[in-house]
Design a protein around this ligand. Structure first.
Ligand SMILES: *[C@@H]1O[C@H](CO)[C@@H](O)[C@H](O)[C@H]1NC(C)=O
Ligand SMILES: *[C@@H]1O[C@H](CO)[C@@H](O)[C@H](O)[C@H]1NC(C)=O
Ligand SMILES: *[C@@H]1O[C@H](CO)[C@@H](O)[C@H](O)[C@H]1NC(C)=O
Ligand SMILES: *[C@@H]1O[C@H](CO)[C@@H](O)[C@H](O)[C@H]1NC(C)=O
Ligand SMILES: *[C@@H]1O[C@H](CO)[C@@H](O)[C@H](O)[C@H]1NC(C)=O
Ligand SMILES: *[C@@H]1O[C@H](CO)[C@@H](O)[C@H](O)[C@H]1NC(C)=O
Length: 646
């Protein structure tokens, strides 16, 4: 472990005494100032809080524990754990190795949670983190920046709020950036070492540190590194839905505080002056497209535009000689007029991610250079989300979305999906009536083979899956077992017996195309045929590969396209049933019948007309993984409590 991360600055004793003295004067001064300010309110001014001892869960989303950043996070987490044995820590991360690292470094009070929403780049979603933190069984939940060090006055402030407020509350505290921090933890991370190299007793350390902090902090981007804490109860933090902010990319803390204040569900207060939370200064992160996503969201949603928000008129928790005082400087702020003013300031800016299909493929593809491709327009956005949530639940992350229109493109960006579009996308397809048999449907299906062919030519295998295909289990290992020059596709045959490769029975909504010369050659023919045909793509597929009237059929489940020497294999109808087969969708327990009795990998929600009916069928059967109101994947921890908020 690199100890150099925590610079050890030697200071003269005299200097330290001066710091103490100055710190004391400052605290005293600020106390008198606030006494003058607080003519209107003093919610409670009690002696040291009674032993309230709430159970506390601390939630954080750390970066990988590597190098200096790893050391800083380790120091921060140790500082949290040392506050009380009643603190448990949950780290949000997709890193498969973090659990064992956390267990060996911090012990059993720290656990890793990967069961929430992340973007395809691994950035966690703030709304998902908040919802998970709210579902905690502990008395108090804390959401904290992973670099922020906490000191014992954090616990006293929480205890005070917990035991003295007769209202539900939300507390926040801006973290201060500190450079040249003169203390470090000893080898076994148990004791703080002062500037003279000796262990310091905790009270003394605390006094010295407080003095140091009062003189050395600055507030560059305090808002991004805030501590939020609230008591857990049935009451939400604010009214309405939290937009899908990207965690750590700015504005979300400010947004939620403003909304909480305006909603007036909870007593919201600023404890920055009463809590010494700080982080060791490091270089500011550069602004990226992810920050722009958050800017966009904060302008789009919420009643108070972030830039106008201003904490100076908020209730503050102050501490003087272990006495806590709530101070409310302005009671009469007129939020209504601010709201109108600020809403008009939002500018419509088109969002995009700085990725093309060429740059996305190497990031996403799995070990076999395989990509799962979904093609969707805006009217299928909920189906698309449920489908991606399902894949993520199956731990499948090598999927990619082709956007048929600008609306679904932007929606996908905001939902953290890897998405791309091209200039050849058909126009005017985003209306509800784009179902089987319509002209719109024809246009859309013809896009599919063109996009698949493009990806094959870039050197990747493609599993194309319509978003109305429900995946029970991962079909990729099975589909990958077919050799090159095989195209493996779902059959649209609805009869229980007989051949499954009869004319026009090839379903072009679920197929696996291997990246090889035969497949590329055959798909080129399909694309060419589809371009000159006035039918949808499905017949082009069949007629090209299996021949008109099925003249290229071999046996009951194959065709051989002679020019390219591509074999088309129709997938077993029990393992990959279409929506008409055996009336599976009408079963009481679709999942049970399909998975236990037939061994299904997937079930296609086709053979039904209209997006609405499709959606209803899937919702009714419980083959649904997305909460449309909270814009989050459904999770086991999402109790009725969370669901009932929206
Ligand atoms: C921990 O929690 C238990 C039960 O709430 C309480 O009795 C105990 O005093 C707490 N300990 C500390 C150090 O807060
Ligand atoms: C914040 O609000 C206070 C009082 O409403 C005002 O005096 C101050 O100038 C504001 N600060 C900023 C940065 O807007
Ligand atoms: C788009 O499609 C709808 C429904 O078919 C139609 O009413 C409308 O005129 C079309 N718009 C354009 C620009 O083609
Ligand atoms: C990669 O392909 C092999 C067969 O070629 C298969 O056994 C394996 O499961 C595939 N991997 C994935 C992640 O699908
Ligand atoms: C489609 O094309 C065929 C000839 O290729 C023609 O006979 C038929 O009328 C066309 N159908 C439509 C709906 O345009
Ligand atoms: C066609 O493919 C089969 C295997 O799928 C192979 O045995 C045969 O040699 C190939 N024929 C030609 C002409 O490439």
């Amino acid at each position: 472990m690199e100890k150099s991360a925590f610079p050890f600055q030697v200071m003269a004793k005299l200097k330290l005494w001066m710091i103490w003295l100055l710190g004391f004067i400052l605290i005293t001064l600020s106390f008198y100032t606030t006494q003058r300010l607080s003519s209107s309110v003093s919610i409670s001014a009690n002696h040291l809080p009674a032993a309230a001892n709430p159970t506390i869960s601390i939630f954080a989303a750390p970066s990988p524990f590597i190098g200096v950043v790893g050391d800083r996070q380790t120091l921060a987490i140790r500082s949290w754990l040392s506050l009380s044995p009643n603190i448990t820590v949950f780290l949000f991360s997709q890193d498969p190795f973090l659990s064992s690292f956390a267990a060996s470094t911090f012990g059993s009070r720290v656990s890793v949670e990967s069961n929430l929403d992340f973007t395809f780049l691994g950035t966690p979603f703030f709304h998902s983190m908040v919802a998970r933190s709210q579902s905690s069984k502990s008395d108090v939940s804390v959401l904290i920046d992973p670099n922020t060090i906490l000191l014992p006055n954090f616990i006293s402030a929480l205890n005070h709020a917990h035991s003295k407020l007769d209202h539900d509350w939300l507390m926040f505290s801006s973290s201060r950036a500190v450079s040249n921090y003169p203390f470090r933890l000893d080898q076994d991370w148990k004791h703080w070492i002062g500037e003279n190299g000796k262990k310091i007793r905790i009270q003394e350390f605390y006094l010295q540190l407080q003095g140091f902090l009062d003189l050395n902090w600055k507030c560059s981007n305090c808002e991004d590194r805030m501590v939020l804490a609230w008591n857990n109860c049935d009451l939400p933090l604010h009214n309405g839905v939290l937009p899908p902010f990207l965690y750590g990319k700015g504005l979300h803390n400010r947004w939620i505080i403003n909304e909480a204040r305006l909603s007036e569900y909870r007593f919201v207060f600023d404890a920055t002056m009463a809590i010494s939370n700080f982080y060791l200064d490091h270089e500011p992160e550069e602004t990226t497209w992810e920050n722009r996503v958050n800017t966009h969201l904060s302008g789009l949603y919420g009643s108070l535009y972030f830039r106008e928000a201003n904490h100076s008129n908020m209730v503050k928790l102050l501490n003087y000689n272990s006495r806590y005082v709530f101070v409310d400087p302005t009671k009469e702020t007129d939020y209504t007029s601010m709201r109108l003013f600020e809403r008009t300031r939002y500018s419509q800016e088109r969002l995009s991610i700085p990725f093309t299909v060429e740059t996305l493929l190497p990031i996403l593809a799995d070990e076999n250079k395989t990509i799962v491709l979904a093609i969707a327009g805006y009217s299928y956005k909920d189906l698309l989300m449920s489908w991606t949530c399902r894949l993520r639940r199956l731990m499948i992350t090598n999927f990619l979305v082709y956007a048929l229109d600008d609306e679904i493109y932007e929606f996908s960006v905001l939902q953290g999906l890897p998405v791309f579009r091209d200039s050849l996308a058909p126009t005017n397809i985003s209306f509800n009536g784009c179902h089987f048999g319509t002209e719109c449907f024809q246009k859309v299906t013809k896009v599919k083979s063109r996009i698949v062919l493009g990806i094959l030519k870039l050197g990747y295998n493609v599993l194309l899956s319509d978003v109305d295909v429900y995946w029970f289990k991962n079909p990729l290992p099975y589909l990958s077992s077919f050799p090159p020059a095989f195209l493996v596709a779902q059959s649209d045959e609805y009869k229980k017996t007989g051949a499954i490769n009869l004319p026009r029975r090839l379903n072009s909504g679920f197929y696996f195309a291997h990246c090889d010369i035969s497949t590329v050659g055959a798909l080129e023919k399909v694309v060419k045929h589809a371009a000159s045909s006035n039918l949808s793509e499905q017949p082009s597929f069949y007629d090209t590969l299996c021949g008109e009237e099925g003249c290229n059929r071999i046996g009951g489940d194959r065709c051989l396209e002679p020019d390219s020497n591509l074999t088309v294999h129709f997938l077993d109808r029990d393992l990959f049933p279409n929506g008409a087969y055996e009336g599976l969708w009408e079963e009481e327990d679709v999942r049970h019948v399909c998975v236990e009795k037939k061994g299904c990998y997937v079930l296609h929600n086709n053979w039904i007309n209209g997006r609405r009916k499709k959606l209803e069928r899937q919702l009714r059967s419980g083959l649904w993984d997305y909460d449309m109101s909270s814009r989050m994947c459904l999770r086991s921890w999402q109790t009725a409590k969370v669901a009932s908020y929206f």
